[in-house]
Design a protein around this ligand. Structure first.
Ligand SMILES: C[S@@+](CC[C@H](N)C(=O)[O-])C[C@H]1O[C@@H](n2cnc3c(N)ncnc32)[C@H](O)[C@@H]1O
Length: 329
């Protein structure tokens, strides 16, 4: 995937806000249901003297599950991510768990800083498919001990997550486009602030561009309502509508400059979210892609490779699970 620096910065900003994982709209706490059950099965045979590698760990949703699955006998976990991560939850964990987890920010899966044959289990949850497979898979094979295992949860092209990401990518582009909703909102803010005084209102009446800005904003609001009604996943548009109402309301007590700087932050967070949706769409695997990923693992010497779709308890498709092993010595 392109623009490494931009991706790294966008994910770092996301993790800094403290989310445990990348699907806060789908899971309140940690992953639950069939996904949690899949991971608990992978972790149940781990012993405290074993070592686990988690790739693309984010704020450590999987390491947290390792702690929950292996209470009192937590294996040594190295959790890596290209981004700067902030797994603050670890501070409140029992000592045994805290001492076992080792988070490494700014580490790329394509160049793992671990010796050959280090790990008994390598995991990744919606992480490894974001990496360059040609360079990451040989690295993964290199750091596994003989007989070591791999367990992955990968994005599926037809999952609800990918479907939502495709729609949200389209809606983010719509909001951010030149002359679009955000531009119209930013253009109207100084005018609304000006209308607070009689003198300001007088100047606005003599300014044709102010009238145009008002008409453009009204049209943008109408277009937003129409687009929201037509979208199967309109959350992003509802958020934009709520944000604009709050911003305009806040002009009663705050300066236009302060509100515009809030608009700027909102635009940046939308640009970051856009990048995350685009990445998800790009890396989500159809049957042919997951088969080719499995062939890559086999080419790097992994055996017993099995993959299958995984769905939520309610039947909603959530991804692919893939398990494999390194050959015994
Ligand atoms: C969708 S998030 C998943 C995070 C976590 N595993 C979870 O389940 O919540 C993908 C993560 O992969 C990381 N990532 C992307 N490319 C990477 C690379 N080449 N090496 C290491 N991490 C990478 C991103 O920074 C991001 O934190």
């Amino acid at each position: 995937m392109s623009n490494l620096h931009g991706r790294q910065a966008a994910w770092s900003r996301y993790w800094r806000h403290g989310a445990l994982h990348s699907l806060p709209d789908d899971f309140d706490g940690n992953y639950a249901g069939t996904i949690r059950a899949f991971w608990l099965r992978q972790f149940q045979t781990l012993a405290s003297d074993q070592r686990v590698l988690d790739i693309g760990t984010g704020n450590g949703a999987l390491p947290q599950l390792v702690c929950q699955a292996c209470t009192g006998a937590t294996p040594h976990v190295d959790a890596i991510d290209l981004a700067e991560i902030s797994p603050d939850w670890i501070a409140s964990q029992p000592g045994a768990c805290r001492d076992s987890l080792h988070f490494h920010s700014g580490v790329s899966a394509e160049a793992l800083p671990f010796p050959d044959r280090s790990f008994d289990l390598a995991t990744s949850q919606y992480g490894i498919e974001y990496c360059d497979a040609a360079r990451t898979v040989p690295e993964l094979a290199r750091v596994l001990k003989p007989g070591g295992r791999v367990a992955l949860l990968l994005h599926h092209h037809d999952s609800r997550l990918a479907e939502v990401a495709r729609e949200e990518l389209r809606l983010a582009d719509w909001l951010l486009q030149e002359g679009g909703f955000l531009d119209c909102l930013e253009a109207i803010i100084p005018r609304v602030a000006q209308a607070a005084s009689a003198e300001g209102r007088e100047r606005l009446r003599a300014d044709p561009s102010a009238n145009r800005a008002r008409e453009d904003f009204n049209r943008a609001m109408q277009a937003l309502a129409t687009a929201a009604a037509a979208s199967p996943f309109p959350d992003l548009l509802e958020e934009a509508r709520a944000f604009s109402a709050q911003a305009l309301n806040a002009l009663q007590g705050e300066s236009a400059a302060d509100i515009l700087s809030r608009c700027h932050e909102y635009r940046e967070s939308l640009q970051d979210a856009r990048l995350r949706y685009a990445e998800l769409c790009e890396c989500a695997m159809d049957e042919a892609t997951v088969a080719s990923f499995a062939r890559r693992l086999a080419d790097s010497g992994l055996v017993a490779i099995r993959y299958a779709p995984i769905s939520h308890d309610n039947g909603m498709l959530m991804g692919w699970t893939l398990v494999a092993s390194a050959a015994e010595a």
